[in-house]
Write a protein of this length. Structure first.
Length: 465
């Protein structure tokens, strides 16, 4: 769960993770299914319909790759939101800051004029695995030969019965972004619950629009679930210089309206605002997987080829829990790049071709004039190659384990260097010597235990294999 200050405020589905069985319970099942596929699936006779549930980046990328690899293949994409698929990361960045925002559509849109059919504005309500049939919210059904679950996630909502819902804002969809952007244009007093990346990006956009901003976080530091202390402190100082009031380590006990004011109160103080923005994490949409009996553990369990415990069903994106063998963990990430790459790999697997997802998750954030990037799981590092002064506006920390292998990295305005590091890692190459030849090697000031079971700086949920 997010580190937002929500004590005294109940969020929906808080017990969802506790309902999942441990990963180890499913390992024999996953291995037996994978072994069966390797022995029996020849990749031929794929003339039936392929169905993708979810029109986010993972679902869209899968549809595009299926069309590229086999233009004759019939593909149906079922999307909850109306209209063509669009990109979510810009919604908390450029979309909130520009005077005339443009809908960030995902391309290529022309695939939906071919053998790829978009059925937007619908949800899948159930999956009948024996008959390979999906029931839809309009009463219709679709049969599938191969099925991809790219159902993504939904926001955690707080129970705020004493505040007018019209004055409470969340950010997930383009409609959410349009509504929030209108509010920011009114130069209001804004309170933000949640000190993760989305909360910080909204704070930066609000300050750019002339708003008064207060940010509240339950944990003792920002980005508490995965960022290392230097990055958390950098973010705190950066926002403080922009006159964002930041309260850390607080537990909100009351939330109500007093006349025209929204009041958030805790034992040591209170904040008053005109509107409230909530960013306290997400819940993976695993309900369909649970309903039809797929293996889950804080996400739909998949292998590196995006295969689930059912030989005809695949999964991709932030709804999945996938292995990172070199780190010895299963993780669920909210990383755009991972979701996109998994969608591509899932498409190749659905066609019976070889594909493998083995990338470290990567995330970027734009706040004010600063670009922050995170790669992998830096809090699992035992040492860091430090490049640049941490008190400056440009630095890079490359985290390694005891053997010197890459575990994760964090950077501030070092995009070129981070790109070089990512390229080397994707090729299976060691850390480029040019990056670390002038670095300072420092010990980590955090431990693996700090990761907990909640969202990390990359919004990563981790289970040790």
């Amino acid at each position: 769960m997010s580190g937002a200050p929500t004590a005294g405020l109940e969020s929906d589905c808080d017990d969802q993770n506790r309902a999942q069985l441990y990963l180890g319970t499913f390992q024999p099942l996953m291995l037996s299914v994978i072994r069966y596929r390797l022995e029996t699936d020849t990749g031929t006779d794929l003339m039936g319909d392929f169905v993708i549930i979810g029109s986010g980046v993972a679902g869209h990328r899968a549809a595009a790759e299926l069309h590229r690899l086999d233009p004759s293949q019939s593909v149906y994409v079922v999307g909850t939101e109306p209209g063509a698929p669009y990109d979510r990361p810009p919604l908390s960045k450029e979309y909130l800051k520009t005077t005339e925002p443009v809908r960030p559509d995902l391309g290529p849109a022309e695939i939906y004029k071919s053998n790829v059919t978009l059925r937007d504005g619908l949800t899948a309500t159930s999956i009948d695995r024996p008959n390979q049939t999906i029931a839809l919210s309009d009463g219709s059904s679709i049969q599938y030969d191969r099925l991809l679950l790219a159902t993504g996630s939904r926001l955690r909502h707080l129970d705020l019965p004493n505040i007018d819902p019209a004055r409470v804002f969340y950010l997930r969809t383009i409609l959410d972004a349009q509504r929030l952007r209108t509010a920011l244009d009114n130069h209001l007093r804004i309170a933000i619950i949640g000190g993760g990346f989305v909360g910080l990006e909204i704070a930066a956009a609000a300050k750019r629009n002339g708003c008064t901003v207060t940010l509240l976080e339950r944990a003792p530091e920002l980005l508490s679930r995965g960022a290392t202390p230097p990055l958390a402190e950098f973010a705190r100082k950066m926002h403080s210089r922009q006159d964002v009031r930041i309260f850390l380590g607080i537990n909100i006990s009351e939330a109500f309206q007093d006349g025209s004011d929204i009041v958030l109160r805790w034992p040591e103080g209170e904040v008053r605002s005109d509107i409230l923005v909530v960013g306290v994490g997400i819940i993976p949409n695993i309900e369909l997987a649970l309903q039809c009996g797929l293996a889950t553990a804080d996400g739909i369990l998949v292998d590196q080829q995006c295969r689930t415990s059912d030989e005809w069903i695949f999964a991709a994106g932030e709804v999945t829990s996938y292995p990172v063998d070199r780190l010895g963990v299963h993780i669920r990430t909210e990383s755009w790049s991972s979701a996109s790459a998994q969608g591509t790999v899932a498409a190749t697997s659905m066609l019976g071709r070889n594909g493998m997802f083995n990338e470290l998750p990567w995330f970027w954030s734009d706040q004010y004039d600063c670009n922050i990037q995170c790669l992998g799981l830096p809090k699992r590092a035992s040492r860091f190659h430090q490049i640049g002064d941490l008190n400056s506006e440009s630095w890079l920390r490359i985290g390694v384990d005891d053997a010197g292998s890459l575990v994760g990295a964090e950077s501030v305005n070092k995009g070129r260097e981070m790109s070089a590091l990512r390229r080397a890692d994707r090729r299976g190459e060691p850390i480029p010597t040019a990056l670390i030849k002038d670095s300072i090697l420092v010990q980590s000031c955090s431990t693996v235990g700090d990761l907990g079971a909640g969202s990390a700086s990359l919004n990563v949920n981790v289970r040790t294999q």
